[in-house]
Design a protein around this ligand. Structure first.
Ligand code: ARG
Length: 461
């Protein structure tokens, strides 16, 4: 069969052009969306008496058979068909003859591809949301067991104040919750049917766009056809949402990598999710976390690349826009497998509580508490208290001890007003639990945060 648009051409296309122009190799993954859209379109055409009921039924039957063929790998893809839309239409005409040629009435590939791609993006966003929820559940499960596991909270990657491990993980849960909500608001915003916009300006046929939108599960119909066939904001949104999600994952992975080093030794990845070295027999590497960190760069690249493709395009459809799909497919695949493997790695990783606790006794983590004690109880100005605490820290360093390990006499040797009372404030657990303000790291406050996230998860069901 000659190309479906070849009427005005007297020579066949070069095979080089076929190879260059085609998107079939990658857009064939939109076949279900394409067939679903075409079935609803054919039903609408019959409902509006644009084609007969019989023609519509034959078209729908033919499309279902094609879906079956593709499902079962019996469909002969031919690059000369250019894209999934024309490959399916050509096959429909082969299967049912002249009636098949009626399907494209009141439609263009421009609104067709906008529909298929939008459906794909919406469906993928939901799949990603489901995996984010699973990851959050795992983080909450770990958190529940570690509200009293203390580790050094850091700023500048230097020991700062003692916090608990659950509080640390809940910081990531907060990020993932926002990520989830970002996907959800994109779904809500982009649930708009493009079908019926035709090439760019609408159609003279008496179509029913509302019916199509409803049948396809969209919330509404797009308002301006010219915008609709030109718009790829929804693709940018999913790319941004994935880039942000992966940036959060990458930060967590960076910490996991640091924590799994011999210097920290806070966690141990299970053998199932660790790799070895081809030369150094003793090695166990955190490749999963490293790859996840690396892949965050790749998905950011996909976002930048589509922005660059779109930024200077005149309205409406331009073939440049065919470049919109591969990056989105890649980012979606990357996000899905990343969420899954991170979840499994976390579930199977062991947490070395004792090493975390030991690390808290390095770096004088309760220094701020001592200064606060001096201000509150001994009526010393904060600046002076800061200075005295500095002196106490220097004493501890001189004795090769942590601040929390100093005796009363050692404290008194620095400042005569320091007495037994102060020991309590140097205690690391006391220090952690003193941070009881809303959102703080005290056990009480951490438990409140846990409850909040659990309640949120339950509200999703
Ligand atoms: N394969 C094309 C794409 O992915 C489909 C739309 C083609 N439209 C056109 N007017 N040539 O963008």
């Amino acid at each position: 069969m000659p190309k479906l648009w070849s009427g005005r051409f007297s020579k066949a296309n070069s095979t080089l052009l076929d190879r260059f122009n085609a998107s079939l190799d990658f857009d064939k993954r939109l076949y279900i969306e394409d067939i679903t859209g075409s079935i609803v379109h054919a039903k609408m055409l019959a409902k509006q008496n644009i084609i007969t009921k019989e023609q519509s039924c034959r078209i729908v039957e033919g499309l279902k058979k094609i879906q079956d063929e593709i499902d079962n790998e019996k469909f002969a893809f031919d690059i000369a068909d250019e894209d999934i839309h024309m490959a399916i239409e050509k096959r429909l005409i082969e299967l049912i003859g002249e009636d098949g040629k009626k399907l494209h009435t009141a439609r263009s590939r421009n609104d067709q591809v906008a529909l298929d791609f939008r459906l794909y993006v919406l469906k993928s966003s939901t799949k990603i949301e489901e995996k984010i929820v699973l990851l959050i559940k795992t983080l909450l499960d770990i958190s529940k067991k570690h509200t009293t596991t203390m580790l050094p909270g850091m700023t500048h990657l230097q020991h700062a104040q003692p916090i608990n491990f659950a509080f640390h993980l809940l910081a990531y849960v907060s990020m993932l919750k926002r990520d989830f909500e970002r996907f959800q608001s994109s779904i809500d915003r982009n649930s708009i049917s493009p079908l019926g916009c035709a090439a760019l300006a609408g159609t003279p046929h008496d179509i029913d766009r509302e019916y199509v939108a409803k049948e396809l599960g969209f919330k509404s119909v797009s308002i301006n056809c010219l915008d609709t066939v030109s718009d790829r904001d929804f693709a940018l949104e999913i790319l941004f949402n994935i880039a942000t999600l992966m940036m959060h994952i990458s930060r967590l992975c960076e910490e996991l990598i640091i924590w799994s080093s011999s210097e920290f030794d806070f966690i141990l990845f299970s053998d199932e999710y660790s790799t070895g070295s081809s030369i150094m027999p003793q090695k166990k590497n955190p490749d999963v976390a490293e790859l996840l960190r690396g892949k965050s760069g790749r998905v950011l690249g996909n976002l930048v690349s589509l922005f660059t493709v779109l930024k200077a395009l005149p309205l409406a459809y331009n073939k440049d826009m065919q470049e919109d799909k591969e990056g989105v497919f890649d980012s979606v695949d990357t996000a899905l497998i990343s969420l899954e493997i991170l979840n499994e790695s976390l579930k199977t990783m062991s947490i070395k509580k004792e090493n975390m606790a030991k690390a808290c006794r390095v770096g004088h983590l309760s220094a701020t508490d001592l200064a606060d004690y001096l201000v509150k109880n001994l009526d010393i100005s904060f600046r002076e208290a800061h200075f005295i605490t500095g002196k106490v820290v220097a004493k501890a360093e001189e004795l090769n001890k942590d601040l929390s390990e100093l005796s009363v006499s050692e404290l008194c040797s620095v400042h005569d007003k320091l007495n037994e009372d102060v020991l309590k404030y140097l205690d690391l657990n006391h220090s952690m639990n003193a941070r009881d303000s809303y959102g703080g790291t005290s056990i009480k406050s951490t438990k409140k945060q846990l409850e909040y996230f659990e309640k949120w998860l339950n509200s999703l069901k």
